[in-house]
Design a protein around this ligand. Structure first.
Ligand code: NAP
Length: 293
């Protein structure tokens, strides 16, 4: 049976470290790091994520501001709000919760956040730096959090075959770059798979490490996992669940019950990658704060 990679506990460990650093800065008379988040509209999932990030900021002693706007806000109005935060020396990092309403071009918004405050790592400059192996920028929080998890568990990626399923700009692609770069959590031989990949099962069966970032519940079945492989499940899809008061449950991309029989290590959903994503974001915000000093 696989060892569970406990993202919740690992996240708590890193949060303690961050909180200590913040306390040290504050005791020297400096202001605390400050993360601003823009939330547009009333999407339940987005609200939940923003509130979780807000709570995490408070836990580590960051200042946190949530700016809420109605779904009717225009792109021009939203750009002005982003500009205000770009110019606010009291704010170190800014995230804009996606998705945005259809009349707003997400790319225009994310490229307007100055790279120095782009703690989500979506700006072209930060993505370009990542592609070049330049660590002075920000890496998207989920792949960064996964890297921190791998490091915490001393998982040796060198020379391993890592299969990343999903090529999104926020998860799959940056993950594939991190695993392939020359670093202590890289040096893997990476195969990046997507919906046009042929023979996915055969490819997965050659993987020492699989990162599933697809958004299709229970897609990765036990028979796609080589005995002893390490499985990282990024997927978070809300499925109806009438047995729960809130009416839904979170489903990963991995058929956990079957997968844990073959894998050597595996992340659960919830409690795996999710908390590590927030840790990645806190890490980036602290980095932005230190840079601004
Ligand atoms: P996305 O932008 O929708 O990308 C999904 C990727 O999966 C695409 O590259 C797509 O391929 C690929 N895919 C779809 N069907 C496939 C198939 N049958 N075989 C192989 N590949 C397939 O999603 P995302 O933003 O990366 O997110 C993925 C999942 O992670 C979602 O459930 C999301 O909610 C979750 N997520 C969780 C966290 C967290 O903190 N835990 C953070 C971010 C995202 P094509 O490119 O060919 O379409």
């Amino acid at each position: 049976m696989a060892i569970r990679l406990d993202g919740k506990a690992v996240s708590a460990h890193f949060k303690e470290q961050i909180a200590q650093e913040v306390a040290d800065f504050v005791s020297q008379g400096k202001r605390a790091p400050h993360l601003a988040a823009i939330l547009v509209g009333e999407d339940g999932g987005s609200k939940t994520y923003i509130e979780a990030k807000d709570r995490a900021c408070q836990e580590v002693g960051f200042n946190s501001t949530i700016l809420r706007f109605p779904a009717t806000i225009t792109q021009e109005e939203l750009l002005l709000e982003v500009e205000k935060i770009n110019n606010d020396s009291q704010i170190d990092g800014l995230i804009v919760q996606l998705p945005l309403p259809k009349h707003i071009d997400e790319n225009v918004i994310t490229q307007t956040i100055i790279p120095e405050k782009d703690v989500d790592g979506f700006h072209d400059i930060n993505m370009g730096k990542l592609a070049k192996g330049d660590h002075s920028g920000y890496v998207s929080a989920t792949p960064l959090g996964i890297t921190m998890l791998l490091k915490y568990y001393n998982i040796d990626t060198t020379g391993k075959h890592a299969v990343v399923i999903g090529r999104s700009n926020i998860v799959g692609r940056p993950m594939s770059i991190l695993l392939s770069e020359s670093s202590s959590t890289g040096n893997a031989t990476v195969t990046l798979c997507h919906s046009r990949t042929q023979n996915l099962k055969e490819i997965c069966l050659t993987a020492d490490i699989i990162v599933a970032a697809i958004g299709k519940p229970y897609f990765l079945t036990g028979d796609m996992i080589k005995p002893g492989a390490i499985v990282i499940d990024v997927g978070t899809t809300r499925l109806d669940d009438t047995t729960r008061e809130r009416g839904w449950k979170l489903a990963g991309d991995v058929d956990f019950k079957e997968a844990e029989k073959n894998a050597s290590m595996i992340t659960p959903v919830p409690g795996g990658v999710g908390p590590m994503t927030i840790t990645g974001l806190l890490n980036n915000t602290l980095k932005a704060y230190k840079r601004s000093k």
